[in-house]
Design a protein around this ligand. Structure first.
Ligand code: FAD
Length: 287
C-alpha cells in the first residue's frame, strides 16, 4: 500500500528503524521488528547510511523483511548524495523485486566542506528522476526549524514546495522538541500551497549523549523544560528513559489533539520505548 493512501483513513503512526552497523546485529534488528509488529504501526521505514550504519543492501533486505516476512508496510530510505543514475536504477530494481512501493527520497548529509559528486544535487532531483521511472510512492523530509544549511526558513520552504511539486506525496519532519516550531512550520507550508500530509517526527530521548549527537547534526532546539529533565536524570538511565517516554507522549498527545496527519516515531531500534508510547496513545490516535 502506498503511504499516501493511509492518511485517508485516520491519523497515521509509523516507526523508523536503522540497519545495524555489522551483520552480527541482524538478529537484534529482526527481534526488534517482530516486537514492533505487535504494535500494528501503519508502516515501518528503514534508514540508509544514516549514523554510519550499513549500506543499501541492508536497507533493502530489512525493508523487504518488514514487508514480506513480517507483513507490515515498509518504506526504504534513499539518500542520493554520491549516487549515480545507474546506482539509483539498481536500487529501484531491487525494491521492485521485493515488492516495496514506498521510498523516502533524500539528499543525505554532507560532511563540512564535502561536495556532492553524485548525479543528484537535491532530493527534489532524485524525486523527479524516480517519478519518471515507475509507480513508486515518494516521501520527503522536511524541517520545522529549517534545514541547517538553508539560507532562511523561507528559502527552505520554497525548496520544499519544489520537492513536493517533483512528486513527493507525503512528508516526514526532522525531530523537534517544541511543538510550537511544528505548528508555525505547518501554517507556513499550507499557506505556500504544500497540501500533502505531514507527519511529525518524534524522538524519545533515552540518554544525553544520543540527543547531543542528534541535535549537533540537525540543530533542533532543546527547550528549557527538556534541558532540566536531562540535567536531573542523565546519570539515572531508568529515570532518564521513563522521563524521555513521558516527554514524547506529552508532545504526541498535543500534536494528535491539534489534528496532526501522523506521528513518525524514531524508535532507535528500541521496542520497549515504542511499546510504552504506543500503549499510552492507543485510545487517543484518531479518537
Ligand atoms: P534536500 O531536500 O535536498 O534539502 C537539502 C538542502 O538543500 C536544504 O537546505 C534545502 O533548502 C536545499 N535545497 C533543496 N532543494 C533545493 C533547490 N532546488 N535549490 C536550492 N536549494 C535546495 N540521511 C541519510 O543519510 N539516511 C537516511 O536514512 C536519512 N533519513 C532521514 C529521515 C528523515 C525523516 C529526515 C528528516 C532526515 C533523514 N536523513 C537521512 C537526513 C537527510 O539526509 C539530511 O537532513 C540532509 O541534509 C538533507 O536531506 P533532504 O532530503 O532534506 O535534502
Amino acid at each position: 500500500m502506498k503511504t499516501v493512501d493511509m492518511f485517508k483513513r485516520r491519523q497515521v503512526v509509523s516507526f523508523e528503524v536503522f540497519p545495524p552497523k555489522r551483520n552480527a546485529g541482524l538478529d537484534g534488528i529482526y527481534q526488534a521488528i517482530s516486537q514492533l509488529k505487535a504494535l500494528s504501526p501503519d508502516f515501518v521505514s528503514v534508514t540508509y547510511g544514516a549514523g554510519g550504519s550499513a549500506g543499501s543492501r541492508a536497507t533493502i533486505d530489512i525493508a523487504s523483511a518488514v514487508k514480506n516476512a513480517y507483513g507490515m508496510e515498509s518504506v526504504a530510505h534513499l539518500p542520493c548524495a554520491g549516487l549515480s543514475r545507474e546506482d539509483v536504477c539498481a536500487f529501484l530494481e531491487s525494491l521492485r523485486e521485493a515488492g516495496i512501493e514506498n521510498i523516502l527520497a533524500l539528499r543525505g548529509d554532507l560532511a563540512p566542506g564535502e561536495t556532492n559528486t553524485g548525479d543528484f544535487l537535491h532530493a527534489s532531483d532524485l524525486a523527479a528522476f524516480i517519478q519518471e521511472r515507475g509507480s513508486f510512492n515518494l516521501i520527503g523530509a522536511c524541517y520545522p526549524e529549517g534545514h541547517p544549511a538553508a539560507e532562511s526558513k523561507e528559502e527552505d520552504l520554497k525548496n520544499l514546495k519544489t520537492k513536493v511539486d517533483a512528486g513527493v506525496t507525503h512528508l516526514i519532519t526532522q525531530l523537534f522538541f517544541d511543538n510550537a516550531f511544528f505548528y508555525d512550520f505547518l501554517d507556513k507550508a499550507r499557506a505556500l500551497g504544500i497540501s500533502v500530509p505531514i507527519e511529525a517526527g518524534i524522538m524519545p530521548v533515552a540518554n544525553r549523549k544520543q540527543i547531543e549527537r542528534m541535535t549537533s547534526l540537525c540543530g533542533a532546539t532543546l527547550p528549557a523544560k527538556f534541558l532540566k529533565m536531562m540535567e536531573r536524570y542523565e546519570f539515572n538511565p531508568i529515570a532518564m528513559r521513563d522521563a524521555g517516554i513521558a516527554y514524547a507522549v506529552d508532545q504526541i498527545v498535543d500534536l494528535l489533539a491539534h489534528g496532526v496527519d501522523g506521528i513518525h516515531l524514531y524508535t532507535m531500534n528500541n521496542p520497549y520505548i515504542a511499546t510504552k508510547i504506543s500503549e499510552a496513545i492507543a485510545s487517543i490516535v484518531s479518537a
